[in-house]
Design a binder for this molecule. Structure first.
Ligand code: AMP
Length: 486
């Protein structure tokens, strides 16, 4: 896999640059409160303020009364830092680049001001929100619908794996808010010329998890999408991590987008216990079973187990089923309907364990997740931060246990450097863990046979050649090889 960190967006990338040429520099938002720190401070990249303006209410941020009441009804008593800083700027018309931890309330930080403006002049399509994964698109739609419940909001999700004809028909009816993954919206726009005007009056473009959306795979899609959007829109970029692409965009915008960064250099929360267990790769499954079978005793309501590849995720699914564990699996080799079904079974509590690849590492907000297991150590530290961010959300506690083999030591060092702390050792009695070794090895043999029988490998090969074909069509194959040599 290519390192997205090495890719930098080109200078003509039409994100902020178009709008800035025609836009005056942004003024600070109008005074909404007596608190001088919020209203008079110019945008400052190092701004990280937990203590300032902590007493502000949603009403102080300039939001309409209906929005304030909706927040109260949803149990959102006061704005989180990212909301306190970004909502007034967005209401004042600024473009925003915000780095905020997952679970920090960043969705409401852009959804509330968009809905506020929509309520003043309702029409569709008012906002296009682009997000990297299908599951996040559905989750964002849920939040938009909840926050816009008193507006008769029409919000639609346009993602791959679902019926395109139906999506085109819904888009033609111009919903207020469209939440999309980049590939599908691009194809819909290109294949349906009659849809080209649907976004022509859009006021907002949001890139959620912007770092990933801007990875090279999506750059081509974004270029197409931009052609259908007006130049005088507001562009809002929200991301949990800073990447070279985002840095470059911010510089290209001559720093005129309001930049907000929360928790600088501090990317995992204190309420999260982060532990590791150093083991041989052959006994990972034995340790996994041991920890999962103790969940109830440890008071763990639900757990997500991350594997780095779809193949291992599928094999783990078969293995744990063989070991009578109640599990669901989420990875990109499944159809969209199976992915949604798996996620819903987990979210509703019908199964306590979700096996997932990094497709589930970002943004998913499931309050019952008390444990994250890194069955494989992620290759990039930022994926670790995203994964463990599925637990210990909104001030709650949580545990992350990472399985470290001798090949992973350098990866763990990089993670520790990134998060600025060392992982603690996970305490367990080896002889107790290994008591189940025969049972687990036997189940693994059966699971491996089942995987041969269900034709997974053939399907995976087919998918791979299809993907290579698509990359070649996009002209991305050559570029990847070139980057590899550097
Ligand atoms: P997000 O970072 O957007 O994924 O949000 C994480 C969770 O925090 C969601 O379940 C939101 O409903 C919740 N949330 C957002 N804003 C607030 C707030 N001001 N007070 C309490 N909860 C919030």
């Amino acid at each position: 896999m290519e390192d997205p960190e090495t890719l930098v967006v080109e200078e003509d990338f039409p994100l902020f640059s178009n709008s800035f040429s025609s836009k005056k520099p942004q003024n600070p938002p109008p005074p909404q409160s007596q608190n001088p720190s919020l209203v008079s401070k110019p945008p400052n990249p190092t701004e990280s303020t937990e203590s300032d303006s902590g007493s502000l209410t949603f009403s102080d941020l300039g939001l309409a009364e209906w929005a304030v009441q909706t927040c109260a009804a949803l149990g959102m008593k006061k704005p989180t830092p990212v909301q306190r800083h970004c909502i007034p700027r967005i209401l004042a018309g600024a473009d925003v680049l915000a780095l905020a931890q997952t679970g920090s309330g960043k969705t409401a930080a852009f959804a509330l001001p968009i809905l506020h403006r929509l309520s003043e002049n309702p029409y569709g399509v008012f906002a296009l929100v682009v997000t990297p994964t299908r599951e996040l698109a559905y989750q964002l739609a849920e939040q938009f619908r909840a926050l816009g419940s008193s507006l008769h909001l029409r919000c639609t999700v346009v993602v791959g794996g679902m019926d395109m004809i139906n999506q085109a028909q819904v888009l033609a009816q111009r919903p207020h808010v469209v939440i999309a993954t980049p590939g599908r919206i691009k194809v819909l726009l290109e294949d349906n010329p009659d849809l080209s005007f649907v976004f022509s009056r859009a006021k907002f473009l949001v890139l959620d998890e912007a770092d990933r959306v801007l990875d090279v795979g999506f750059e081509a899609e974004l270029r197409v999408i931009f052609q259908y959007l007006p130049k005088d829109r507001q562009t809002l970029l929200f991301s949990a991590t800073m990447t070279n692409n985002l840095q470059a965009l911010h510089q290209l915008s001559a720093n005129r987008a309001y930049f907000y960064e929360a928790y600088e250099g501090f990317k995992t929360v204190d309420t999260l216990k982060q532990q590791y267990v150093f083991i041989h790769k052959n006994v990972k499954d034995v340790y996994l079973l041991h920890i999962l079978s103790q969940m109830e005793d440890l008071g763990i309501r639900s757990a997500i187990v991350f594997a780095s590849r779809c193949r291992s995720c599928h094999l783990l699914n078969l293995l744990l089923e063989e070991l009578d564990q109640s599990v669901a699996a989420l990875h990109s080799h499944k159809s969209q309907s199976l992915r949604l079904a798996a996620l819903n079974r987990f979210k509703s509590g019908r199964v306590p364990i979700l096996l997932a690849t990094d497709v589930a590492s970002r943004g998913l907000d499931i309050p019952t997740v008390d444990l994250v297991i890194n069955y494989d150590i992620p290759r990039y530290p930022r994926d670790y931060v995203h994964r463990v961010g599925r637990t210990a959300r909104a001030g709650r506690g949580g545990l992350a246990v990472s399985f470290v083999t001798e090949n992973d030591v350098h990866l763990v060092r990089a993670i520790e450097a990134e998060i600025g702390k060392q992982l603690d050792e996970f305490e367990c009695k080896e002889n107790e863990v290994l008591a189940d070794i025969t049972k687990v090895f036997k189940a693994k043999r059966i699971a491996t046979m089942k995987m041969i029988d269900d034709g997974y490998e053939e399907k995976a090969k087919e998918r791979k050649s299809q993907k290579l074909k698509t990359l070649a069509e996009k002209g991305l194959l050559k570029r990847k090889r070139k980057n590899k040599k550097l």
